[in-house]
Design a protein around this ligand. Structure first.
Ligand code: PA5
Length: 423
């Protein structure tokens, strides 16, 4: 389960928060019902739509076939097309499953050559995920990897190519004409909201992750956030509080935890909030900190620097692991740790950090039951729904990304693509 705890805050923030809770119940009700104006972006609101039983069973079977034959699975995608899968895979991939290699997220020839080198001697499958099959990074990598497979496997290469794109897209045509496996990218979900669909679930399943549990976690969270009184809705509380803090001049939200398994989840979360809220000269800049390492770098700024940020901790509740510090008889000055479990030492570091940071900045904690597939499902749905609410309270469209489109147009112009930037 997820639980939301708000630590010490100022009287002003408290007042603003309560006011926002009172004022925005209409936004919560509209989001729960689904809003007609965002109909082309809300396919994720009901997990059943793109991750119902039949779809999950199909993906499990496809992943099993890939696992049987592949040593390496290249996930080609950028932004919303790969962040969710990567965040779970890097935390939970099972031993003995294909190595997951990432492409489509860089234009550096050095990185691309290194990626190709990683494939040497391995049985390779690829999945190109692109909603709008115009994005340069995945498109260019897909071509390189297709050529690589054709050179290595000749006319059997097609069996190893999967692509995930919208129905009727040029990517679908390419697949149909060349015998590649085609999976549907939901037409009614934007990239960063697609964790619980073919986009996120196939790569996760290839890595041996229990996608059924992940979907169950998301569906349970959906149920929880769609019923009960507004003041008890944790996504609504979080959305109102971050807006209250934003109004009081906080400009950054930092997501942090003492569990390195969340390393890639931060990237998903950053993209979700940055692309959804950073527009019309508004929004909080999302950043992340991996503790305890970052306490020895940005920790100084957090405690003592410009008061521009507040912090949201992810705190894991169930003991995940255990490692006892044994005495070794040497005088190294660390005997105070004798017999202690790293699980407890790490928890003590969290509590100490929370106490120290709370003296300086507003801190919230999202308590996460465990780092497992079920809770990743809960986290995805929770943050997606909270982001939707938060964007609406902020007064922006949480589902578009006009700023990113601007870069793409300039880029196409620079490379001489027809239909680039128009004056
Ligand atoms: O969330 C989004 O919509 C974006 O981050 C996209 O996922 C990203 O730009 C990749 O787009 P595409 O899948 O069309 O290549």
């Amino acid at each position: 389960m997820l639980n939301f705890v708000i630590h010490k805050r100022t009287e002003q923030t408290e007042q603003d928060y309560k006011e926002l809770l009172r004022q925005n119940t209409g936004i919560l009700a509209a989001a729960q019902a689904g809003e007609a104006r965002y109909a082309d972006s809300q396919g994720w609101l009901d997990t059943e739509e793109w991750a119902g039983e039949r779809k999950v069973a199909f993906l499990e079977k496809l992943a099993e076939d890939i696992r049987r034959n592949a040593d390496a699975f290249v996930l080609i995608g950028v932004g919303g097309s790969n962040n969710a899968a990567r965040s779970v895979i890097e935390a939970l991939r099972l031993p003995g499953t294909p190595e997951i290699i990432y492409a489509g997220n860089t234009l550096s020839p050095n990185a691309l050559n290194r990626m190709l080198k990683q494939l040497d001697g391995k049985s390779v499958y690829i999945d190109c995920i692109a909603k709008n099959f115009e994005t340069l990074e995945p498109g260019a990598s897909f071509r390189i990897l297709r050529n690589y497979l054709h050179k290595r496997y000749g006319n059997r290469a097609a069996e190893r190519v999967i692509a995930t794109g919208t129905a009727g897209s040029s990517l679908e045509t390419l697949c149909r004409e060349n015998g590649y496996t085609f999976l549907e990218f939901p037409h009614d979900i934007g990239g960063r909201y697609t964790a619980i669909s073919n986009v996120g679930l196939l790569p996760m399943a290839v890595a041996g992750i229990d996608i059924r549990e992940l979907v169950r976690g998301a569906a349970d969270m959906q149920k929880r956030l769609h019923e009960g009184p507004a003041e008890e809705n944790i996504a609504y509380q979080y959305a109102c509080l971050r807006n209250a803090l934003c109004r009081r001049g906080y400009r950054l939200e930092m997501l942090s935890s003492f569990e390195p398994q969340f390393r890639w989840f931060y990237k998903w979360w950053i993209q979700l909030f940055a692309e959804s809220e950073g527009k019309d000269n508004k929004g909080l800049f999302p950043v992340a900190s991996e503790y305890s390492e970052e306490l020895h770098s940005v920790g100084q700024f957090i405690q003592d620097g410009s008061p521009i940020l507040f912090e949201t901790f992810l705190d894991v509740q169930e003991r995940q692991d255990s490692l006892i510090v044994e005495p070794d008889g040497l005088k190294d000055g660390f005997d105070y740790l004798n017999g202690k479990d790293f699980w407890c030492i790490n928890k003590a570091a969290y509590k100490a950090t929370l106490a120290a940071h709370s003296e300086k900045l507003p801190c919230l904690t999202l308590e996460v039951g465990a780092v497992d597939a079920y809770h990743f499902g809960q986290l995805f749905y929770f943050f997606q729904f909270a982001c939707y609410l938060s964007g609406r309270i902020l007064g922006v469209n949480p589902f578009d990304q006009p700023g990113v489109e601007a870069y793409k147009k300039w880029m196409f112009e620079a490379l001489g693509k027809q239909g680039g930037r128009e004056e």
